[in-house]
Design a protein around this ligand. Sequence first.
Ligand SMILES: Nc1ncnc2c1ncn2[C@@H]1O[C@H](COP(=O)(O)OP(=O)(O)OP(=O)(O)O)[C@@H](O)[C@H]1O
Length: 238
Amino acid sequence: MLTLTDLAASYPEQTQCFSLTAAPGTITALIGPSGAGKSTLLAMIGGFARVDSGTLSFNGNSLLPLTPAERPITTLFQDNNLFWHMSVQQNIAIGLNAGLRLNEQQQQQVQDVALRLGIDGLLSRKPAQLSGGQQQRVGLARCLVRNRPVLLLDEPFSALDPALRYELLQLLREQTNRMQLTVLMITHHPSEAAGVANQMAFIHNGRILELGDGELLSAPRTTELRAYLGTTAVIREE
Ligand SMILES: Nc1ncnc2c1ncn2[C@@H]1O[C@H](COP(=O)(O)OP(=O)(O)OP(=O)(O)O)[C@@H](O)[C@H]1O
């Protein structure tokens, strides 16, 4: 279980304070307006942003003393950080060994994850020879091959067209179940995310203002979430 209790950081323009629990095998979608604090939240969990107070633990162990590399966490960003001069195989392998020296078992792990993500036929290509959706699969494969129990996704599928986003969300759902991952995913497509997420957190002005399942979108409690969703169509008839 990933547990955040009053995890806080103060910036001149915004104080952020988050409490949240996320269980293995679940996807938590983080939604909210630009500047709400979604990326900062992931950065605090990943160890890339300052934390002033509060607690952050995984299975009861505090993560705060750990460096990003020591945390049981892997992060996929929108710009998937692929290396353009390397093959797909090497781009995945680098998740296991920065020097690309893999033993037999690790080579097998690369094959396995590529197969699961449907990119096993592309291993010798360079990223420039792939579509956007295939590139994001490679980025996801690099994260998954590391076998870390917590996966943080900072809008990795946003630039894809809706059909590809749907495909990748389904893949993510399958792998979350299979590997019992704890996934936190920032998205600007709330209704798409609701199809695969176990819980939705609406973040506003550095706080989680609403937390619930997909119903959150059809029955927003706050004017802020209504404004974010931007249409009266989502307000349930009383
Ligand atoms: N290093 C920093 N220095 C100063 N302020 C910061 C810093 N990091 C975050 N903030 C504050 O946190 C706010 C939230 O930023 P953040 O990028 O987390 O929002 P977001 O919800 O991810 O937005 P977007 O959807 O546009 O990516 C910023 O507006 C800023 O006030």
